[in-house]
Ligand binder design. Structure first.
Ligand code: VGL
Ligand code: ZN
Length: 233
């Protein structure tokens, strides 16, 4: 083996950025960000092409052994909601309200049974774009303890939650990939700036067809009796 996931020395900004292949393996996680009805066409904050990410993401899940799915999960009186929304940071229409159809997953999104679910934005007073929310579970530490080294990010929206998730993943020390054909943004200008910011932070932008599967998977966390297994490596 020659690096995380068993790929032959492919690292961030290396061959992958140049169009090469990245092989996923035991030290990788797929993070699927906010693929919810309200961010898809017809939803309160629907983005162009939002539905198109669903089949791409569904095609990626089998190439990973760990998955985190995040969802925006706002109370009805969330601080970001405006009666006269400008569709920018701090001025959104009510969206992804807990328990409403708009907060449900986009039609057709598949989810592995043992995916981790992160709900965020549920404090009325706090905006929480990132899938590494500062409250409660320390997701970065959770992933580190499970030997995760690389985070592959897909979902909605490029300019807000995907961007903030990718930047936080970088800050937490992970090698970060954003799968651009599995991502859509709110607006072209903010999306272009988001990609520039992510690149500057060290994120590698790739396409789903560059992602191959080494077949390596994380070691089992439980034995056949359902008891936790402790691995030293
Ligand atoms: C998002 C705007 C407001 C997102 C969430 O998921 O990117 N965007 N809330
Ligand atoms: Zn939101």
């Amino acid at each position: 083996m020659n690096g995380p996931g068993g790929d032959a020395g492919v690292t961030a900004a290396g061959p992958a950025a140049a169009g090469g292949t990245v092989s996923t393996g035991a030290h990788d996680v797929l993070m699927v960000v906010d693929v919810q009805a309200d961010f898809c066409p017809g939803g309160a904050l629907g983005v162009e092409g939002g539905f198109d990410v669903v089949p791409v993401i569904n095609g990626l899940t089998s190439k990973f052994g760990r998955w985190v799915y995040t969802r925006d999960w706002h109370p009805h009186d969330h601080v970001s909601f405006s009666a006269d929304p400008e569709f920018r940071d701090g001025s959104w229409p009510p969206h992804a309200v807990q328990g409403t159809p708009g907060a449900a997953w986009c039609a057709g999104l598949e989810m592995p049974m043992n995916a981790i679910l992160i709900s965020k934005g549920d404090d009325p007073a706090l905006e929480e774009y990132s899938g590494f929310p500062k409250q409660r579970l320390d997701l970065a530490e959770f992933l580190r303890l499970r030997k995760v080294e690389r985070v592959f990010i897909a979902g909605l929206t490029a300019d807000y939650c995907v961007k903030n998730t990718a930047l936080d993943a970088c800050k937490a020390g992970f090698t970060v990939f954003v799968v651009e054909d599995a991502v859509r943004g709110v607006a072209p200008d903010t999306t272009a700036r988001a990609y520039a910011e992510m690149r500057a932070a060290g994120v590698t932008i790739i396409r789903s067809e560059q992602i191959a599967d080494s077949g390596n998977r994380p070691a089992a966390a439980y034995d056949e009796h359902g008891h936790p297994v402790h691995h030293d490596d």
